[in-house]
Design a binder for this molecule. Structure first.
Ligand code: GLN
Length: 544
């Protein structure tokens, strides 16, 4: 029978609940257990796909094409748990099901449809659908902060859940903040007491408290938290801010005894912990042999999480190359305003990530021109590939007004245009080309060399594509499609002949990179950047 861990958050948002859940999953997997992870988000959008990255950060896409919360990215990077659309439910998605059932008239037999029990039943069903013979532990993260009105149905549902499956099969972990007050020079436990109080009012007594803090929590403070929150002192776990890398989190949780505690409380049949792979990984993070600077030129740079998986993938590529990757985050519009040389001078590689809409496009195109003409390694992703095509057409094919019809519907040269099956689409939610699609790689290409395979599968999220009417012209000038869909209709990867490393993809490789297994394209891109740096460093004469 599967056991359940429910993780709630208190005091403030952005405590890193997703990271903590991912770390717990990783630790349990390293003790031989089979885990599943899921997240509940209390907002009303059916999924985050229609939200601006400023609101929500990155939209994380799964193989099955679902557009999900970025915490699922942490789950995939830290664990091997398979993720599907059942791993992310919003209030909107739950209500959509309830309302559809009410409208079809078959389910509720004339009863009044209510939050309790109908909405809470649907939430519990969403947890249960992850349970199977192949699963030992289901970890469910409740988004938002305890005390929010919109989170109540989820908390009520997980309270009821223990009645359905037995309290001994459920573990409630509450992630909280223990702030440091400079003026008083001490840590404050009161917010945590209040937050646990709010949980207990709903009927949930947490079993374990994970306390986020900037400073070490003394045993006295732990005892105090334990007493006021009705928790065993050893179940008050400190999780201090990490200086270097998020990949330190699981190791610090081990030091504080979290995995043992969980295994004992849930009476799990677990093996000994072997995290030598993560220790090796961290060793590479903390003691790199090289350094390289990569510019990420995007539109949502100010939002830390808008390109989350891209930044993570660059870190993974650094790990693979034993290199510290310094990321220079550049607002695309600034390239136009201040000039490419002034914002991009000195970087070893340039990456243009995905995006939507007109703003910043010309700056991205200028950044790509700079990379192309200076021989700087360039990696384009989705919109980044589309911009590379536009740049090439304008600069080298004499198609001065070349554009994507996303930005100019009247262009004479739509080198990027709407995919056929997108022209009839009216609804915005979940209607792009989404999820995992196969792609054939050309021999002798950078892509083929990186993947070491002729057939790959990558995740997509776009409406526009490279316009095949221009393919011959591009190819005759050295801008070559080295990855195409198996039916030959969609260009998935382009490379530029005669350039040290210029590759752009229509898909999102950043969704398939892990710290323990860097994505091959990111790995080779960073290697190319490193190569350039090492080549351009003048040799220092040894006068000793
Ligand atoms: N806006 C472009 C399209 O829809 C690119 C999308 C993306 O970068 N994810 O095709």
């Amino acid at each position: 029978m599967a056991k359940h861990i429910f993780v709630t958050g208190g005091v403030v948002s952005s405590l890193g609940k997703g990271l903590t859940c991912a770390s717990i999953g990783m630790l349990l997997e390293h003790r031989g257990l089979r885990v599943r992870l899921q997240k509940f988000d209390p907002y009303l959008n059916v999924d985050p796909g229609t939200m601006s990255p400023y609101q929500h950060g990155e939209v994380y896409v799964l193989d099955d094409g679902s557009e999900t919360d970025l915490d699922l990215g942490h789950y995939e990077r830290f664990t091997n748990a398979p993720l599907t659309r059942d791993c992310n439910y919003t209030t909107g998605k739950i209500y959509q099901t309830v309302i559809n059932k009410e409208r079809d008239g078959k389910h509720y037999e004339g009863r009044t449809v209510q939050v309790i029990p109908h909405v809470t039943d649907e939430i519990k069903a969403a947890v249960k659908c992850l349970v199977s013979d192949e699963v030992d532990v289901v970890i469910t993260e409740i988004g938002g902060t305890v005390g929010d009105i919109e989170g109540l149905p989820f908390l009520e549902a997980i309270r009821q859940f223990a009645l359905d499956v037995g309290r001994e099969n459920c573990l409630y972990i509450h992630l909280t903040l223990v702030p440091y007050l400079k003026a008083a020079a001490e840590l404050k436990t009161k917010p945590t007491q209040h937050s646990v109080g709010a949980l207990r009012q709903i009927g949930i007594q947490p079993d374990i408290l994970i306390c986020r803090t900037e400073h070490p929590i003394s045993q006295d403070d732990k005892d105090k938290i334990a007493l006021f929150c009705n928790i065993e002192p050893r179940a008050v776990i400190e999780e201090r801010d990490k200086e270097y890398s998020i990949y330190e989190v699981p190791l610090s949780l081990v030091r504080n005894g979290l995995d043992d505690l969980i295994v004992r409380r849930l009476n799990l049949r677990a093996g000994p912990l072997d995290i030598s792979d993560w220790r090796e990984l961290l060793d590479r993070v903390l003691k790199p042999d090289h350094e390289t600077t990569i510019a990420v030129v995007g539109k949502y740079i100010k939002h830390r999480d808008a390109y989350k998986s891209v930044y993570e993938s660059l870190e993974h590529a650094g790990i693979a190359n034993r290199t510290r990757v310094v990321v220079r985050r550049i607002e695309a519009e600034e390239v136009g305003e201040r000039g490419a040389e002034s914002v991009l001078g000195g970087v070893d590689g340039i990456l243009v990530p995905g995006g939507f809409g007109m703003r910043g496009i010309e700056g991205k195109i200028e950044a790509i021109r700079y990379a192309r003409t200076r021989g700087i390694p360039f990696f384009g992703i989705c919109l980044g590939m589309q911009c590379a095509a536009i740049e090439f057409a304008r600069s080298l094919l004499e198609l001065d007004d070349a554009n994507s019809t996303e930005f100019d519907q009247t262009t004479q040269h739509p080198v990027i245009s709407l995919m056929d099956d997108q022209s009839l689409v009216r609804n915005r939610g979940g209607t792009m080309r989404l999820g995992s699609w196969p792609c054939n790689l050309a021999p002798e290409s950078l892509a083929r060399k990186a993947y070491e395979s002729a057939l790959i599968h990558e995740r997509h999220r776009h409406r526009y594509e490279f316009n095949n009417a221009y393919r011959k012209l591009f190819e005759s000038h050295g801008f070559v499609a080295t990855g195409v869909s198996p039916d030959g209709s969609l260009v998935e990867i382009i490379e530029l002949h005669g350039h040290p490393w210029f590759l752009a993809v229509q898909f999102h490789p950043e969704f398939k990179s892990k710290p323990t297994r860097s994505h091959p394209l990111f790995r080779d891109f960073v290697a190319a950047a490193l190569n350039r740096r090492e080549r351009s460093v003048p040799e220092v004469e040894d006068h000793a």
